[in-house]
Ligand binder design. Structure first.
Ligand code: FAD
Length: 387
């Protein structure tokens, strides 16, 4: 067992970190204030070859496994310290990975080159009526014969939607019975598809997010991803990858808080000594380190389980998401506390960590849904004597 990167992954990590530091970080504060997505940075990321990481060579990738993608995401986040940009990257990467695994050759040829070259992808499950109960989506495809459908419905709070060129939509097929969840591939310019305005969130403001409306959109057979009625298999894998990405981003962000916390704690004095002398303060920084390492170790365990197709990969992904979300919220709150008033001041850039972190407990499935998934799996394992 070896949890270190290979030489190739080390190089991917370093290149992405350099890109994050040099290209993403400089405008990050301004984009956060303005809630702005930068197409120029996105194009430059594509040109850097970022999307090839973890994609089979025959599809135009680097031929490496998911670990290559994780190395790239971790490096990018550490370099940029821009959670919003990384969440946008994670959403796009999920679509690439899903197409690489479940797309037909025609779908891969049609969509992957554009997604590698700077088009933006989104995956849409959540609707205004609720996001936690994923299988209760109301978006519905009506069969019109010969494997064609018309798709209608509305999605909300979808990462990348305002700027998306292509979308994976979670819907149900009318008249199929219980197993009816299916996945549909849509283009931005398709008749009946409208993308709404950017939502005004408190955090992750560098990640565009918004609604997608579908009014009787024509879906030919070649735009169904996977089997009709079997969308959950692909969707659950996609959710596991999203949760892994959140773990990687959270871990990298917590690591990036530590030097800043140490710098402040050793330079700020109270009661005649640097506040770093006080154990209450030391504890805050120790918890950041423990949170970062816990999130990282769980992310790597999930990565390994997903690569090996282990039965508990989904449960590990939920553990990763839950632990890393709670740790990044706790670490961000303590970073603000450590800075005192200056942590609460919007000009210092400390409060942004807290605004961004709050989303980690909601996006990709809430904390409560991770607990529900973990408990259900434990109960099922207990009943089958496989705990
Ligand atoms: C930054 C961000 C990015 C997002 N990106 C995407 C995206 O790309 N694609 C996408 O499809 N969605 C996306 N979402 C939406 C997200 O997946 C949903 O917000 C989330 O699943 C929760 O759904 P909801 O907001 O409708 O809350 P609800 O489902 O209305 O839940 C409200 C509260 O009740 C709790 N709750 C619900 N049921 C139970 C239960 N049985 N037991 C205990 N507690 C329960 C929930 O945990 C939550 O705390 C994003 C959200 C955010 C914040």
């Amino acid at each position: 067992m070896d949890l270190r990167w290979s030489g190739e992954q080390e190089a991917i990590f370093e290149a992405a970190r350099e890109f994050g530091r040099e290209v993403v970080a400089p405008s990050s504060e301004e984009r956060d204030r303005a809630s702005r997505f930068d197409h120029g940075i996105w194009k430059a990321l594509a040109e850097s070859g970022f999307w090839k990481a973890g994609v089979p060579a025959e599809l135009g990738g680097d031929g490496g496994g998911l670990a290559n993608y994780v190395a790239a995401l971790e490096g990018l986040t550490l370099g940029s310290q821009d959670s919003g940009f990384s969440v946008t990257v994670g959403a796009h990467a999920s679509l690439i990975q899903v197409l690489s695994r479940w797309g037909t050759a025609e779908q891969q040829q049609r969509f992957l080159p554009d997604l590698f070259a700077g088009h933006v992808g989104a995956t849409a499950a959540t609707e205004l009526t609720g996001g936690s109960h994923v299988t209760a989506v109301r978006t519905t495809a009506e069969p019109t014969g010969d494997g064609h459908y018309t798709l209608s419905g509305s999605k909300s709070h979808i990462t990348n939607a305002p700027v998306a060129d292509m979308m994976l939509i979670v819907g149900r097929v009318a008249g199929l019975g219980k197993r009816d969840i299916s996945l549909f591939l849509l283009d931005r310019g398709q008749e009946g598809v409208s993308l709404g305005e950017n939502e005004d969130l408190i955090g992750l403001r560098t990640s565009p997010i918004g609604p997608i409306d579908m009014d009787r959109v024509h879906i030919p057979p070649e735009r169904v991803l996977g089997s009709v009625g079997d969308g959950l298999t692909v969707l659950y894998w996609c959710l596991a990858l999203d949760r892994l990405s959140f773990g990687v981003i959270a871990s990298a962000q917590m690591r990036s808080m530590i030097p800043r916390a140490l710098d402040r704690a050793t330079s700020r004095e109270a009661f005649g000594a640097p506040i770093a002398e006080y154990q209450y303060i030391q504890d805050k920084i120790v918890q950041m380190k423990v949170g970062a390492e816990t999130a990282r170790a769980l992310s790597y365990a999930t990565l390994s389980a997903m690569e090996n197709g282990d039965a508990d990969a989904g449960t590990l992904a939920s553990c990763t998401k839950l632990a890393s979300a709670q740790a990044i919220v706790g670490s961000s709150l303590e970073l603000v506390q450590l800075f005192g008033h200056m942590g609460y001041d919007r000009t210092q850039g400390v409060e942004r960590h807290l605004r961004d972190a709050a989303a980690f407990r909601i996006a990709g499935g809430t904390d409560e849904m991770q607990k529900k998934a973990i408990f259900s799996q434990l109960l099922a394992a207990s009943r089958s004597n496989s705990l």
